[in-house]
Design a protein around this ligand. Structure first.
Ligand code: SF4
Length: 337
C-alpha cells in the first residue's frame, strides 16, 4: 500500500517528465485490463428534497430552492427518454431525505427502472443492511456513496446538520451495502474539500479494506471536483487539472482492475484526455436537475452542480469511436428466476 508521504511527493512533484511517466504507466495498465472499452451511463435526478445541510451543495436543506420529486408517471417519461438514447446503465439520484424519498419510494423507482434499463445504480441516502437487501431484491445492482472527505474535522465543518453529519454511519454504508448483496459499489472523495493527498490515502485504505472483507463486490471510484455554487466559495483548495490527472493515474496504478468514473462536471477536453489514462466509465448527455430531461425541462431550476460537458449520448458515442474506443452501453443482464 502506497504511503501518504509517497502520495504527497507524487502530487506535489512539479517535474513534467515524472507526470508523463505516471500517465504512460496508467494508460498501459488501463489498456491491459480494460482494452479500449468505455462504459456509458446517465444520471437521472428523482428528487431534490434534502434534510441535510452540506455547505458545498445547492440542494441543502437551508437553501430556498423549488423542490421537486418525480411521480411514477414522470419517472417513466424520463426513463423512456434516456432509454431511447440508448442508455442501459442508469444512476438514479435523490437528495438525502428519509421522509420525501423513503425506501418504499426507492423500491417503486427500481421496479419501474427495471423495465427500461439493464443496470440500475442509486446514489441516495445511506441505509441499513436489510434495506439494501430489499433494494437489491427490487433490481438495484449498484450503490454510490462517497465519503466526500475522510478528514473528520473537515467533515464536521462542512456537514452541518442532518443524517449526513454522521461520519461513522456514512463510512460504514459501503459495507452494509455489500452485506445486503449489492453487486457494484462506488466510493469517492470530493476533491477540493480537504487535503487531496490525505483523502486519497484514506480512500485507498477504505478500498483495500472493502476488497479484503467483501471480495465478491465490484468496486469503482470517482473524483468529482468542487464547483462553486451561486455566490459562495466553500472550496478548501483549488484542485487543478494536473492534480486531477495525477489522482486518476495514481489510482489506476494502485488498483489496475478498478473502474474509474468521470462525470460531466469536467469539461469535454479534460474528459477526452482522461480516457487515455485511466477512466473506464463516463456519464453522457447528463442533466443534473430533477426531471430535467423532459418533465421540468422548461422550468428554471437550480441543478445540484453545473455540468461542463454538454454533449449528448450520440455525440459521445461518435467521439469515442473516432478515438478508437469501444463504447459499452451494457455488459450486464439480470436474470430473474
Ligand atoms: S450533498 Fe447530498 S446530503 Fe448534502 S445537501 Fe447535497 S443532496 Fe443533501
Amino acid at each position: 500500500m502506497i504511503s501518504l508521504v509517497d502520495i504527497k511527493n507524487i502530487l506535489h512533484d512539479p517535474n513534467p517528465e515524472a507526470t508523463e511517466q505516471l500517465a504512460q504507466d496508467a494508460g498501459r495498465l488501463t489498456r491491459q485490463y480494460f482494452g479500449r472499452t468505455i462504459t456509458l451511463y446517465a444520471p437521472l435526478y428523482l428528487s431534490n428534497f434534502c434534510s441535510s445541510y452540506c455547505t458545498y451543495c445547492g440542494f441543502h436543506s437551508h437553501n430556498r430552492i423549488k423542490r421537486f420529486k418525480l411521480t411514477a408517471e414522470q419517472m417513466r417519461q424520463e426513463m423512456s427518454f434516456l432509454a431511447k438514447q440508448g442508455i442501459e446503465n442508469i444512476l438514479l439520484l435523490t437528495g438525502e431525505s428519509y421522509q420525501a424519498t423513503p425506501l418504499d419510494y426507492l423500491k417503486e423507482v427500481a421496479t419501474i427502472a427495471k423495465t427500461y434499463f439493464s443496470n440500475i445504480s442509486m446514489e441516495v441516502h445511506p441505509m441499513e443492511e436489510a434495506e439494501y437487501r430489499e433494494l437489491f431484491a427490487h433490481g438495484v445492482d449498484g450503490i454510490t456513496v462517497y465519503q466526500e472527505t475522510y478528514n473528520r474535522k473537515r467533515y464536521k465543518e462542512v456537514h452541518i446538520s442532518g443524517k449526513k453529519a454522521d461520519y461513522d454511519y456514512r463510512l460504514a454504508a459501503p459495507e452494509r451495502a455489500a452485506k445486503g448483496g449489492i453487486r457494484h459499489i462506488a466510493l469517492g472523495i470530493l476533491l477540493g474539500l480537504a487535503d487531496t493527498a490525505e483523502d486519497l490515502h484514506a480512500l485507498y485504505q477504505h478500498l483495500r479494506w472493502m476488497e479484503r472483507h467483501h471480495p465478491g463486490v465490484e468496486y469503482s471510484v470517482s473524483f468529482p471536483r468542487l464547483r462553486a455554487i451561486k455566490g459562495t466559495d466553500f472550496a478548501y483548495c483549488d484542485v487543478d487539472d494536473i492534480t486531477l490527472v495525477k489522482v486518476i493515474c495514481l489510482t489506476r496504478i494502485q488498483f489496475p482492475r478498478m473502474g474509474i468514473n468521470l462525470s460531466t462536471r469536467e469539461d469535454a477536453g479534460l474528459r477526452d484526455h482522461a480516457l487515455e489514462l485511466g477512466i473506464t466509465r463516463i456519464s453522457a448527455g447528463s442533466n443534473t436537475s430533477v426531471g430535467g430531461y423532459t418533465v421540468t425541462a422548461a422550468e428554471k431550476q437550480d441543478p445540484q452542480f453545473d455540468i461542463k460537458d454538454h454533449r449528448g449520448v450520440k455525440d459521445i458515442i461518435a467521439i469515442l469511436k473516432e478515438h478508437n474506443f469501444d463504447p459499452v452501453l451494457t455488459d450486464w443482464r439480470r436474470i430473474d428466476n
